[in-house]
Ligand binder design. Structure first.
Ligand SMILES: Nc1ncnc2c1ncn2[C@@H]1O[C@H](COP(=O)(O)OP(=O)(O)OP(=O)(O)O)[C@@H](O)[C@H]1O
Ligand SMILES: [Mg+2]
Length: 264
């Protein structure tokens, strides 16, 4: 496979709606058993932005998110959140710092109600009043939470379950929402409403780190794009730069996207 001569461009550049660095990965090496899946991953996630990671199956995208969530401890390199190193911290400690992940596979308790599932998202919050207030606020953002409150989560469609998973993750009032392929298995219409909901969470003040197999839609939504290939960052840039990059377009997007006139 051809490789780009360009070094990954400096992330956190002048992208509208994105602030300073919230999360920073520097030379992260991580894997399972004897092998390394991530072979020195370096990029930043800008506060207030939507960073979308794209790349082929097996590139290490979910592994990278596992390292960010503390499920996998990097062998080398550092992961820093708000200036604090996360390496070696437990998943619970990382949740408490405001990083919450919605995993690639559906993760609701199917036999429990929608409301119970969402409430469980606040399992680290002891104050019941705070839990009730958050539930009320989140139900206003996600109508399905009140409309289907008493229904078993397992009775919802895949797209509806995704929305409830999003609602659940907001119960911890996260600063960084990490989404692993949220569009997986959704039909085009549901896909659209799922992406709109990601926009809604972003507008609600969350920084988003998104892995997306639907690379074109993910990068369109994103302020920043990262291309991960075989455990290495191949390219970073604004979402639009990655989307319009001729080689990346040819490899992952079924053809390059023509540059769009600025101001659109
Ligand atoms: N728990 C695990 N134990 C051992 N190897 C694993 C484990 N999880 C993933 N791997 C391996 O690590 C590599 C990267 O997997 P990963 O799930 O991170 O890729 P991905 O980019 O998320 O792919 P996809 O687009 O298919 O979700 C693969 O070779 C995979 O087989
Ligand atoms: Mg994956």
């Amino acid at each position: 496979m051809t490789s780009l001569s360009a070094e990954p461009s400096a992330p956190g550049g002048p992208v509208p709606g994105a602030g300073p660095v919230l999360l920073s990965l520097d030379g992260v090496v991580a894997g399972y058993g004897g092998g390394d899946v991530l072979k020195g991953v370096t990029f930043d996630v800008a506060e207030g932005g939507i960073t979308c990671i794209v790349g082929p199956n097996g590139a290490g995208k979910s592994t990278l998110l596992a390292a960010v969530s503390g499920l996998l401890c990097p062998r080398l390199g550092t992961i820093t959140f708000r200036g604090e190193e996360l390496g070696g911290k437990s998943p619970k400690a990382i949740l408490q710092r405001g990083i919450v992940q919605v995993p690639q596979n559906h993760s609701l308790f199917r036999e429990m109600s929608v409301r119970e599932n969402v409430e469980m998202g606040a399992f680290l919050v002891r104050d019941r009043k705070v839990v009730a207030e958050r539930l009320e606020r989140i139900a206003s953002l996600f109508p399905i939470v009140s409309e289907r409150a008493g229904d078993k989560a397992g009775s919802l469609s895949g797209g509806q379950q995704r929305l409830v998973e999003f609602a659940r993750c907001l119960m911890l009032d996260p600063a960084l929402v990490v989404l692993d392929e949220p569009s997986m298995g959704l039909d085009p219409k549901t896909l659209h409403s799922m992406f709109e909901t990601v926009r809604l969470m972003h507008a609600d003040g969350r920084t988003i780190l998104l892995v997306e197999q639907n690379a074109r839609a993910g990068l369109r939504l994103a302020t920043h794009g990262v291309v991960l290939e075989n455990g290495r960052v191949r390219l970073t840039g604004s979402g639009r730069e990655v989307l319009e990059h001729p080689e990346i377009g040819a490899l992952y997007l079924g053809g390059a996207v023509a540059p769009v006139a600025t101001g659109s």
